[in-house]
Write a protein that binds this ligand. Structure first.
Ligand code: PHB
Length: 389
């Protein structure tokens, strides 16, 4: 009899435990980004932007309380994997946010196994979204921007280019798509130079590029390295060499421009975000970001901000139902206005479709800005657009 009563109490307790876990009054979002080291700026920007979104939109959505958990993977993929595992098992997160490409790659099997929807907020490598059916991207791909700047360069007379690429997956992809479009347009790549990712020293590569006398220099450096690059570019006299510097938006990162000096003045890039994007929504975003952080909003920050919008809107659509399949179903085909302009999630690939702008660095009121002067709407990741044909 006594045994029976204890057992009954135990069953009731277990039932309650399971029930409250199931009902989940709090939705936790675990974001894994580098907060320290060479790419520490990336983590700061994502952390700031996601917190700003919650501050502006409230910490309750579809009747659920939202809790952000930010974890530092120090750019080490094994750390990212372990942190994702801990966030799922110990913290019971309903969403993950993924950062740099190598970390996003290593987290994918964990997200798939646990069916946790994961917002790719930073990575710009095409293949990342194919690594898990629970991945959705709100950042960008390097291909999206590099093909467009190649076409622009050809149209504007470039024929002989040297590429300088940060030596990891997004750099390889930027270089590949640039080369495809540039050679298709009748241009020639004289040489491709690869710069180590950690402790990047661009000087010897810039010297080599100078010696080759191209008409155009195509460069990809990741967020956080534009300042170092610009200084070394000027030290080698390349800003006065007549060689046209172009690239995806990363080389003129708005967070770095205030400290680059005038070396990048006039540089044309293809990018998905400019602090100077003239929409009302962006004016409000850039002002609020500056006020909250003291920094300029940049192209990394909008990946985090829009990632939060995707989370809020999918939860509204599912009425707070937080299982992975319902949430990913809700994310497919979603479209909204971002501070960068109109964006949507490709329902077939879960990758971002967005406007890519051609911009020129100019000085406005004494400060360097990326001024948009042309735009290509609804650009898909070119690798995926090709796959379908
Ligand atoms: C990436 O992780 O793929 C990445 C990071 C920073 C960038 C571009 C790409 O600026």
């Amino acid at each position: 009899m006594r045994y029976k009563r204890v057992a009954a109490v135990a069953i009731v307790l277990t039932g309650l435990g399971a029930n409250s876990a199931f009902a989940q009054d709090t939705i936790k979002i675990g974001i894994v980004v580098p907060m320290t080291g060479t790419s520490g700026a990336v983590g700061r920007e994502i952390s700031d932007a996601t917190k700003l979104y919650v501050a502006q939109h409230g910490d309750t959505v579809a009747g659920k309380k939202i809790e952000l958990l930010i974890r530092d993977d120090q750019s080490v993929p094994d750390n990212a994997k372990r942190l994702a595992q801990e966030l799922i098992v110990n913290d019971k997160v309903s969403f993950l946010g993924a950062g740099l490409t190598p970390s996003a790659m290593s987290m994918a099997p964990i997200a798939t196994e646990a069916k946790v929807p994961t917002i790719v907020m930073v990575s710009g490598t095409s293949v990342v979204t194919e690594r898990s059916p629970y991945y959705v991207r709100t950042s960008f791909t390097l291909g999206q921007q590099s093909g467009i700047i190649a076409d622009w360069a050809i149209k504007n007379g470039s024929r002989k280019a040297v590429s300088i690429l940060s030596d990891w997956a997004p750099g390889a992809e930027a270089g590949k798509v640039f080369e495809q479009n540039f050679t298709k347009g009748g241009g020639q790549i004289l040489e491709t130079l690869k710069v180590p990712l950690a402790n990047a020293d661009f000087s010897p590569f810039l010297q080599r590029a100078h010696d080759l006398q191209p008409d155009t220099l195509f460069v990809f450096v990741p967020a956080g390295q534009a300042g170092t690059f610009a200084r070394q570019f000027a030290e080698r006299g390349l800003d006065k060499s007549g060689i046209k510097l172009i690239g995806p938006g990363d080389i003129v990162d708005d967070d770095d421009l205030p400290s680059t000096g005038d070396a990048l003045l006039g540089v044309v890039t293809a990018g998905m975000y400019s602090t100077a994007h003239p929409s009302q929504m962006n004016k409000d975003y850039a002002a609020a970001y500056k006020k909250a952080t003291g920094h300029r909003a940049n192209f990394i920050s909008v990946g985090g901000y829009d990632g939060m919008n995707l989370i809020y809107e999918t939860l509204k659509k599912t009425g707070g139902k937080a299982d992975g399949d319902s949430l990913i179903g809700a994310a497919k085909g979603m479209s909204w206005e971002s501070p960068r302009g109109p964006i949507s999630i490709d329902p077939e690939t879960r990758d971002i479709i967005q406007t890519v702008y051609i911009r020129r660095v100019a000085k406005v009121d004494g400060a360097l800005r990326n001024n948009e002067f042309d735009s290509i709407p609804a650009v898909k990741d070119p690798a995926k657009a090709r796959m379908k044909h």
